[in-house]
Design a protein around this ligand. Structure first.
Ligand code: SF4
Ligand code: SF4
Length: 550
């Protein structure tokens, strides 16, 4: 366990996290610390506490205002298990990727990141400090804020707010909410009285009304797993309509307040800071920090609306882009980094070329900006083209790669951008994510039909013919999504072969908490209530994967 110590006076806020703290804007804990300090609060960092003992959580004492538990950009169960429910023995966010406390046996009891970290940490803090305010946030808390499916346990679990006994759950992007919570606590407001946009709490009663969407209860879902899909559909609709959302859990309710839109100044506050891009102990690197050392986040949000992706219920489908000046300031700061060798590993967001495609519409009822067709209000990726041109011409920058995902169905309409990416920003491979080829499965995934991939490959091949240095397509493929049959896999292999596309990067669908696809998997039906086939048998999934790769 490593802590950052402060003597005599308590920290205002203590951030607790199950991996190495990174002072880097690609990591939520790095941003959170900077924005809270900018507000004048002192922030202690308690990283990798030995969670088996409550005393480990007392290493920095009791904070004056609150604990904030941050578990990073990925749910602990997804990091601790493969999609086939096998335990992982490595953790990219730890020193050397080592997942276990040193000096202890490599067993689950000594994993640095415990399963369902948020609730383990929150309960230990309660044991150590009783009624101290506890705030939870990040992907794990966000996606488990209502009753959800946990694929490792194959069980419906109640809201993480109840199991963790945390006071407030910050939904999605959290800097603004955390600042407001800290200000209110600092003014002396009781944690019980803090109700803010973009947060969720457990309460004893709600007042029904037209501004509140009550989704099927935890008990309804326990009785009938199909209700999880009803709940998910209602939740996503309420998010689009900006409504308050409530879900009954026995005699309590989980209530989520509608979020406020983040704006440019929120992003400027988060990113225009002096980050050291190091852990607390300089000179060591977790694989995750090493990979992201020279990456730049250009925007948040994704308009894709894919059913299996967490981004919709976490960051939302609205694109929020940083200003070009802010990105350039960050790029210039990279040039001064002691390890800078000239390459930027990424400039992007959830989908790289969505930078600058911000939509001005205040309300929107669509699930996706791109599916079933591209919305006429969705912007063109010209801003991204321009940004890349400016950035790669900066003296000292030798190469800019694009590590973020690219939507090929967007790129096919902008061959100029595609060509520049192939010439200047791709390595040997250009990574795209068609995921599947069968329209029935693609439809359930919320992805474009196969013909979009065919058109893209045609354009890609015609550009490639003109290039001196050839680029290969490396597609991410997914098997085992609800709705897929064995015949689909046979057809998929034949179609990809016909397009001369590799089938080496195949992942098995993971029913992660809080997505539409997971609700389909759980209820074995689609959102139109039609039954869909679901494969849960590991041997069958392995057979499909081997067949596709072979
Ligand atoms: S395009 Fe990528 S980031 Fe966007 S919703 Fe789909 S899977 Fe998620
Ligand atoms: S109006 Fe169109 S572009 Fe804007 S958010 Fe809705 S679907 Fe996306």
């Amino acid at each position: 366990m490593t802590v950052k110590c402060k003597i005599n006076t308590p920290f205002d806020i203590i951030i607790v996290l199950p991996y190495l703290f990174s002072d880097h804007p690609s990591f939520p804990e790095g941003i959170l610390k900077k924005v809270l300090e900018k507000e004048g609060f002192s922030v202690g960092i308690l990283e990798t506490p030995f969670w088996q003992k409550k005393e480990s959580f007392a290493a920095l004492g009791r904070p004056r205002l609150c604990f904030a538990i941050v578990t990073g950009p990925v749910d602990s169960i997804l990091l601790n298990y493969t999609s086939l429910r096998k335990r992982r023995n490595e953790d990219l966010y730890q020193e050397g990727g080592r997942a276990f406390f040193s000096g202890y046996p490599p067993s689950i009891g000594y994993k640095i990141r415990p399963d369902r970290t948020t609730l383990v940490f929150a309960n230990r803090i309660r044991e150590a400090f009783g009624d101290v305010p506890i705030i939870i946030g990040g992907m794990e808390a966000s996606m488990r804020r209502f009753a959800h499916y946990d694929f490792q346990q194959d069980a419906i679990r109640r809201s993480i707010l109840l199991d963790s006994r945390a006071d407030i759950l910050v939904v999605g992007m959290g800097e603004r909410q955390m600042i407001k919570i800290a200000r209110r606590l600092n003014e002396g407001t009781s944690i019980k009285d803090i109700v803010l946009p973009g947060t969720a709490r457990a309460v004893n009663a709600i007042t029904s009304g037209i501004d509140i969407e009550e989704i099927p209860s935890h008990e309804d879902i326990l009785q009938n797993r199909k209700k999880l899909l009803d709940a998910q559909v209602a939740l996503e609709r309420a998010l689009r309509h900006g409504k308050k959302i409530a879900q009954r859990h026995a005699n309590r309710f989980i209530v989520e307040e509608p979020a406020e839109k983040y704006n440019d100044s929120d992003l400027a506050l988060a990113y225009d800071q002096d980050y050291s891009r190091s852990h607390l102990r300089p000179g060591i690197y977790s694989p995750a920090l090493r990979m992201n050392l020279f990456s730049i986040t250009s925007h948040r949000g994704c308009g894709g609306g894919c059913s299996f992706c967490s981004i919709y219920c976490h960051q939302g489908k609205g694109i929020l882009s940083r200003s070009g000046d802010s990105i350039l300031r960050e790029l210039h700061a990279l040039l001064r980094h002691p390890e800078w060798k000239g390459s930027v590993s990424d400039i992007g967001g959830p989908t790289a070329e969505m930078y600058g495609t911000n939509c001005a519409k205040e309300t929107c009822r669509r699930q996706s900006c791109l599916f079933p067709d591209r919305c006429s209000n969705f912007g063109n990726p010209e801003a991204y083209l321009e940004l890349l041109r400016v950035c790669r011409n900066i003296k000292g920058v030798k190469k800019i790669f694009i590590g973020s995902g690219l939507r090929y169905d967007l790129l096919l309409h902008f061959p100029e951008l595609l060509e520049e990416i192939m010439v200047h920003h791709a390595g040997k491979y250009l990574r795209i994510a068609p995921e599947h080829t069968e329209d029935s499965v693609l439809g359930l995934m919320g992805k474009p039909p196969f013909e979009a991939l065919e058109s893209f490959v045609q354009i890609f091949n015609s550009i490639n013919k003109r290039l001196k240095r050839k680029v290969e397509l490396a597609p991410y493929l997914m098997i085992g999504h609800p709705g897929e049959s064995r015949e689909d896999i046979v057809s998929m292999k034949a179609k990809l072969r016909a397009l001369n596309i590799k089938t080496t990067d195949v992942q098995v669908f993971t029913p992660s908490p809080g997505t539409l696809s997971t609700a389909m998997y759980c209820g074995e039906c689609s959102s139109s209530s039609s039954p869909v086939p679901v494969v849960k048998d590991v041997k069958e999934l392995m057979r499909r994967k081997r067949f596709l790769i072979g």
